[in-house]
Unconditional design. Structure first.
Length: 123
């Protein structure tokens, strides 16, 4: 028993990220968060070459929709699908993706489209 002037022992602190994950899971948003992580992890998981020629768009029905510029790239990623899905799930930390949905889209990834205007001294 502690005396009246003695400070109360605080519970051990835990990282905010763990607390946030528990709250989101309790609210039913844990799966959606994992799906967003899978989309964001795509460039790192596939590496720079594949990331230049593909872009993760969204997750629907446990399938990651990936835009590719040509049928040749669609075929290449299709052949690698099983390995890519396993690597994505490992990166996310849960079994959230079951497959890829590869779609042809000819526009470049957003980073390539966004170009900064030249600096002007009047600004």
């Amino acid at each position: 028993m502690r005396s009246p002037g003695e400070p109360q022992a605080l519970p051990e602190a835990e990282p905010l990220s763990l607390l946030l994950e528990r709250v989101l899971a309790a609210l039913g948003a844990g799966t959606k968060l994992a799906e967003c992580r899978a989309v964001l992890a795509w460039p790192e998981v596939v590496g720079p070459l594949l990331a230049r020629h593909s872009r993760a768009l969204r997750v629907a029905a446990r399938r990651l929709e990936v835009a590719v510029p040509t049928a040749a790239w669609r075929n290449q990623l299709s052949l690698m699908q099983q390995d890519l899905v396993a690597r994505l799930n490992r990166a996310v930390g849960s079994q959230v993706i079951d497959g890829l949905l590869l779609v042809n889209r000819s526009e470049p990834p957003p980073r390539a489209r966004l170009r900064r205007a030249p600096f002007s001294p009047q600004e």
